[in-house]
Write a protein that binds this ligand. Structure first.
Ligand code: ATP
Length: 138
């Protein structure tokens, strides 16, 4: 059996498609940790955490912020069904900074605001967005 030389990457959210193209490699923010996928990878279905996803074409890497969802890996295809996702260049940095500030304030006032888990996830999303946006400026 010949190994595929590239992967077809699809990244979708419930309301839009963000990526649909051939790539050389993908890194996925799996719930159990980040993992890399090259063509010919063993089939896999995993849940995703909040984190950075990147894909590579030659030397060129592109970055996305991902918040939860599923990833299906096949030898020649990776399908990302994200609950929420943005490409690095579409991230509104000011909005993410304000969201991070709000989440940090909610976490420090946890005694009065009992929804600490929501604040923790919001903080993680905003930090990830800021990290991903900074990658696109490199
Ligand atoms: P905020 O508090 O700034 O609204 P949030 O974390 O509550 O952020 P989400 O629920 O994660 O927002 O996302 C809601 C929608 O807004 C999604 O479509 C998401 O892609 C988009 N979104 C959220 N933050 C940003 C951002 N900083 N830049 C671009 N799109 C964003």
């Amino acid at each position: 059996m010949t190994l595929p030389s590239q992967l077809t990457l699809e990244v979708v959210t419930p309301d839009r498609s963000l990526v649909s193209q051939l790539v050389d490699e993908v890194q996925i923010p799996g719930a159990e940790g980040y993992f890399g996928v090259l063509p010919g990878h063993t089939p896999l279905l995993v849940t995703m955490n909040v984190g950075e996803l990147w894909y590579r074409n030659g030397q060129q890497r592109s970055f996305l912020s991902i918040a939860l969802g599923f990833a299906e890996v096949l030898p020649d295809r990776v399908t990302i069904l994200a609950k929420v996702a943005e490409c690095a260049e579409d991230i509104d940095v000011e909005r993410a900074q304000l969201a991070r500030q709000r989440a940090e304030e909610r976490l420090t006032q946890r005694a009065v605001d009992s929804d600490g888990e929501r604040a923790r996830l919001s903080l993680l999303r905003s930090r990830t967005r800021l990290q991903v946006a900074s990658q696109s400026l490199r």
